[in-house]
Write a protein that binds this ligand. Structure first.
Ligand code: ASP
Length: 303
C-alpha cells in the first residue's frame, strides 16, 4: 500500500421530489454529520470502504432518509430494503485480473437495522454478491449485526407518505457514498427503502452492482432515483467507465443525460475518480450532496 492522493468523500441523500422546506436544515445537518463520520475515518488513515460504511450507517440510523429507519413502505405498508457496496484496492485489476475487487448486496431485507453492513457481510463472509430476504437477515445475524422488528424501522413520516402515496414516483432520501482513501482504495455503497408503494418483492438498482453502485480501478459511484431506469442504463458502471476519457463532473452529467435520452426517468449520481476528483449530477427536482475534499473540507450542496 502506498499513499497516492489525499482522501476524498462524496455522499448523496437521494434525488427526487424536493422535500418539505422545514426539513431542509435538519437534512443538511445530518448530511454534514454523516460526511464528518466518513472524513474522520479517512483522515485517520482508515479505508475507503470503512468511510463509506460509516457515513451510510449514520444516514440509515437517521429517520430523515429513505434507508434503514425511515425507509419507504411498499404497497402493503411494509419495509423492504436494498443495499450494495463495492471496493477496489489500489493497484487491483491493473492488468492482473480482478484480484482483491469486492462486492456485496442484499435485497428485500426487513429486519436489518443497517442493510449496508449486511451487504458488507455478503462481500466478506460469502462467495456470492447478492443475497435476498430472510437468508440475508440470517447472514446478518450470524455476522453479529443488529436485527430488529420490521416496525421499528417504520417512521410516522414514511407512514404518512405511504398513506398519501405522495412519493410514488421517486422517494427523495436514498443514501449513498463514494470515497478514495489515502492508500488509493476506491469504494462506493448505496442503501434504500426503495420506492413508496412498490410491489412487494420489487428489487431496485441500489442492490445491484453496476446499476446503483459500482467501483473499479478508475473510479467509484453511487446512484439514486428511479431504479428501473438506473438498472436499464447500468448507470454507475457507464459513468465510471467514462472516467477513462473525461472528468468526474462531465462523466456524471453525461451519464444522466444518456440515461434520460435512452431509457427515460429521473436519477442522480455521485462519482469519485482515482485522482480524487468528484462529480455529481441529477435530472430530478432536487438532490442532496455532501462532500469532503482537501481543498474545501466538508460542504453540503442542495442541487
Ligand atoms: N433508486 C432507489 C430505488 O429505485 C430509489 C431512490 O433512489 O430514490 O429503489
Amino acid at each position: 500500500m502506498r499513499r497516492v492522493v489525499a482522501p476524498v468523500l462524496v455522499l448523496h441523500g437521494g434525488a427526487g421530489m424536493r422535500g418539505p422546506a422545514e426539513e431542509r436544515p435538519a437534512r443538511r445537518r445530518a448530511m454534514l454529520e454523516a460526511a464528518e463520520h466518513g472524513r474522520s475515518v479517512l483522515e485517520s488513515g482508515g479505508s475507503a470502504i470503512d468511510a463509506v460504511c460509516a457515513a451510510i450507517v449514520f444516514m440509515e440510523d437517521s429517520p430523515l432518509f429513505n434507508a434503514g429507519r425511515g425507509s419507504a413502505l411498499n404497497a402493503e405498508g411494509e419495509v423492504e430494503m436494498d443495499a450494495s457496496l463495492m471496493v477496489v484496492p489500489y493497484g487491483a485489476a491493473a492488468g492482473n485480473g480482478a484480484v482483491g475487487v469486492g462486492a456485496g448486496g442484499v435485497a428485500g431485507v426487513r429486519r436489518v437495522r443497517n442493510p449496508i453492513l449486511a451487504a458488507r457481510a455478503v462481500m466478506t463472509q460469502t462467495p456470492h454478491v447478492l443475497i435476498i430476504g430472510p437468508a440475508a437477515e440470517r447472514l446478518a445475524f450470524r455476522s453479529g449485526l443488529a436485527l430488529c422488528r420490521p416496525d421499528e424501522l417504520v417512521t410516522d413520516r414514511a407512514r404518512v407518505r405511504w398513506q398519501t402515496h405522495m412519493a410514488r414516483a421517486s422517494e427523495h432520501g436514498t443514501v449513498g457514498a463514494a470515497a478514495l482513501d489515502l492508500h488509493g482504495q476506491l469504494a462506493a455503497g448505496t442503501s434504500t427503502g426503495g420506492i413508496t408503494g412498490k410491489m412487494p418483492g420489487r428489487v431496485g438498482d441500489s442492490a445491484i452492482v453496476g446499476a446503483g453502485t459500482f467501483a473499479d480501478r478508475i473510479g467509484a459511484a453511487s446512484a439514486t432515483g428511479v431504479g428501473e431506469s438506473i438498472m436499464k442504463a447500468t448507470l454507475c458502471r457507464e459513468v465510471v467507465r467514462m472516467l477513462a476519457r473525461t472528468t468526474a463532473a462531465r462523466a456524471a452529467a453525461s451519464g444522466i443525460k444518456i440515461m434520460a435520452a435512452t431509457v427515460g426517468g429521473e436519477a442522480g449520481i455521485i462519482v469519485v475518480d482515482r485522482h480524487g476528483r468528484i462529480g455529481y449530477a441529477h435530472n430530478a427536482q432536487a438532490m442532496d450532496v455532501a462532500t469532503f475534499t482537501p481543498d474545501e473540507g466538508l460542504r453540503h450542496h442542495l442541487l
